[in-house]
Design a protein around this ligand. Structure first.
Ligand SMILES: [Zn+2]
Ligand SMILES: [Zn+2]
Ligand SMILES: [Zn+2]
Length: 147
């Protein structure tokens, strides 16, 4: 129970719970702190926030595919636009090569029977939920199945 002589607006620091007198500080919105702070915690929180911000800015780049930390320049590859990935992402060398091979396979081989596609290939209908392209034979077969 509050004693009747207690001041109505007793306020405590949101971090260390110290009772606040005349000196109380409002945290910056970005700090994600609700309530008021004593001067020590206000300084601490401010410093903490700046450190956190710096850490985020200096966070190492990671491969968008395998999450490997990118430290070597050879791992600093931008995905090809055909891959349908965010151009701001980076992929490591291994993933880049793998992705390249996969992509070439996808566009050069029938995704149903793996036959090499020549000049003529067919886009599967969206309803078939297939990636890549199809050879004529497989496309016809699928198409017939639809009817
Ligand atoms: Zn405090
Ligand atoms: Zn990778
Ligand atoms: Zn085929």
């Amino acid at each position: 129970m509050r004693n009747i002589f207690g001041k109505k607006e007793d306020v405590f620091c949101a971090v260390c719970s110290k009772q606040l007198g005349r000196h109380r500080y409002r945290p910056a919105k970005e700090w994600d702190v609700s309530g008021l702070l004593c001067s020590d915690c206000h300084i601490d929180k401010g410093r903490e926030f700046i450190e956190k911000q710096n850490a985020e800015q200096n966070a190492p780049d990671r491969c968008a595919n395998c999450q490997k930390e990118i430290t070597l320049d050879e791992d600093r590859n931008k995905p090809k636009w055909q891959w349908d990935m965010d151009s701001g992402l980076l992929v490591c060398k291994v993933c880049y090569q793998k992705r390249d091979v996969d992509h070439n396979k996808k566009i050069n081989f029938c995704s149903s029977c793996n036959a090499k596609l020549g000049m003529f290939f067919y886009h599967p209908k969206p309803a078939w939920k297939l990636e890549g392209n199809l050879c004529r034979r497989c496309w016809d077969q699928r198409n017939r199945g639809d009817e």
